[in-house]
Design a protein around this ligand. Structure first.
Ligand code: HPA
Length: 234
């Protein structure tokens, strides 16, 4: 047990998928894993371990935002020895060519600030995905025929943003989408010498105001889970 995860030693796999939503962790575990067993329910942040094509996999909710993800990612790496951590989640599209339901594979994640900002002081550290995971995820997405974009995303501290000028600069600099967790996951993975990636589904669009109807979410999110699993074991 760690402070926020109730799993016993050995109950967390080396490969961990991290959706923000604990109910999506349950859905993904029940849909994609064999023999999925609940290994954590502290604070309702559900985590399941099972197997995918014979490989042990844990799917653990991260909560919303970098401070919450940081708690789970730190404990998974430092206390349970997680080696490969892949965020699966939704994001807001920021470019005209990025559509609802498209998949974004995040090469880099820009931030204004993250829980790790304090240690970097004047350095603007560039949180980046693990290359081997990124390459494998792109190959898997292409094989699936999923409409996929690979590039930079923006990890924001707020969902209800009050800085339209900032969004404008992100768009101007080619940022594909906005979410709230990847930059800290990439930074922590770098610090602990682990592999990390974020595979995202565009659930809404900042420019068009379009949003994915809830009945469509499962199917489109399914592609993202399979891409993450294939990437982890390539
Ligand atoms: N902003 C931040 N995070 C998000 C968004 C958004 O528009 N959509 C999904 N996650």
């Amino acid at each position: 047990m760690s402070v926020h995860i109730g799993a016993k030693p050995g109950e967390i796999a080396e490969t961990v998928l991290m959706p923000g939503d604990p109910y999506r962790a349950r859905w993904a575990a029940e849909t994609f894993l064999k023999g999925a067993k609940l290994v954590n329910e502290v604070r309702g942040m559900l985590g399941y371990t099972g197997t995918w094509r014979g490989h042990p996999v844990t799917i653990q909710g991260s909560g919303m935002g970098m401070p919450s993800l940081s708690i789970y990612a730190n404990e998974l790496m430092a206390e349970y020895g997680a080696q490969t951590l892949i965020r699966i989640g939704s994001c807001g599209g920021m470019q005209p060519h990025v559509g609802i339901r498209d998949v974004i594979i995040a090469m880099t994640a820009s931030t204004i600030t993250s829980p790790s900002s304090g240690i970097f002081r004047e350095v603007n550290f560039a949180p980046a995905a693990d290359w081997s995971l990124l390459r494998a995820a792109v190959a898997s997405a292409e094989k699936k025929g999923a409409k996929t974009h690979v590039g930079g995303i923006y990890s924001s501290d707020v969902f209800y943003a009050e800085r339209p000028d900032l969004d404008e600069q992100m768009v101007r600099h080619g940022i594909l989408g906005v979410e709230m967790e990847a930059a800290e996951l990439y930074t922590l993975a770098a610090r602990h010498k682990r592999r990390a990636l974020a595979v995202l589904t565009v659930s809404d669009h900042l420019q068009t105001g379009e949003a994915l109807p809830s009945e469509d979410r499962e199917r489109t999110f399914g592609d993202m889970v399979e891409i993450a699993l294939e990437a982890a074991f390539t």
